[in-house]
Design a protein around this ligand. Structure first.
Ligand code: DGL
Length: 268
């Protein structure tokens, strides 16, 4: 039993897709969420910069005495796969659980992967999928406009700007016959209704935030690290830019208010 909070980080709002799932499967667990809204996006930056940012993000969570860290960021997970190795607490990321879910759901053996430029160019998803099933056909495509669309609030289902971008990015994957689409950036499930409309009804969307949260829940349970029965749940949200925009979109997505606090990540 461990009553400390779970630490979750992302470059911005995307990791909330993991938090939403944690609220569903582990409703009593406390969470410390860190969104690096002052430095988002990570997905257009060099590997070295992403690693430096991720180390600071993890140091911030460690200072909050978390019992586990979830890198709820496809970019960190795919470009800095080893970054959690030195942590004194269990570390989880999105690539492995998401690839396993996708490989088990495809019927045709054609899997689409969308993510940031850094994630797609890392090849991490293609390697993970082919490692699970060498015959899979993997179609990977960066969708760099999706993160700024989410961070700017273009998140209503069917928003015409998001829809246009989705049509442009996703039409080739749809036409190539993908029957599973990995949302390999954790921001993308916030646009999932728009993405689903564009892909059509026969395509299963795999939410990387959700899959990572499920893997974390299983891992904590197996390690005996879930919280005790009488502990009140606490959720703290920290960001690196003015919190108002984050709070508004988080409320829309999570279905409850959040009250994020701004911190100086350079102190970590
Ligand atoms: N949520 C991050 C990811 O999963 C967003 C990437 C970004 O900051 O560009 O990759």
């Amino acid at each position: 039993m461990d009553n400390r909070p779970i630490g979750v980080f992302d470059s911005g709002l995307g990791g909330l897709t993991a938090v939403k799932e944690l609220e569903r499967v582990l409703p009593r667990e406390s969470v410390v969420y860190f969104g690096d809204t002052g430095r988002v996006p990570y997905g257009t930056r060099s590997r070295e910069t992403v690693r430096r940012y991720a180390r600071q993000d993890m140091a911030f969570l460690a200072a909050h005495h978390v019992k586990a860290v979830l890198a709820a960021c496809g970019t960190v997970s795919s470009t800095a796969a080893d970054i959690g190795a030195g942590l004194p607490v269990p570390y989880f990321d999105v690539v492995g659980p998401t690839a396993r879910a996708a490989a088990s759901r495809t019927q045709r053996g054609i899997v689409g992967v969308i993510g940031t430029s850094a994630t797609i160019h890392s090849g991490a998803y293609s390697r993970a999928l082919r490692g699970l099933s060498p015959d899979l056909q993997v179609l990977a495509k960066p969708c760099p406009l999706f993160v700024p669309l989410v961070e700017s609030g273009f998140v209503e289902p069917g928003d015409p700007v998001a829809r246009l971008a989705a049509e442009r990015y996703l039409a080739p994957l749809r036409e190539a016959g993908a029957d599973v689409l990995i949302l390999g950036c954790t921001h993308y499930p916030i646009l999932s209704q728009t993405i689903a409309q564009v892909m059509g009804p026969g395509v299963a969307l795999v939410d990387s935030g959700r899959e990572a949260a499920l893997a974390l829940a299983e891992g904590l349970e197996a390690a005996g690290l879930l919280c005790g029965p009488d502990v009140p749940r606490q959720a703290e949200y920290y960001v690196t830019d003015a919190p108002e925009g984050f709070d508004a979109i988080a409320e829309l997505f999570l279905g409850h208010t959040v009250d994020a606090r701004q911190i100086d990540i350079e102190a970590y």
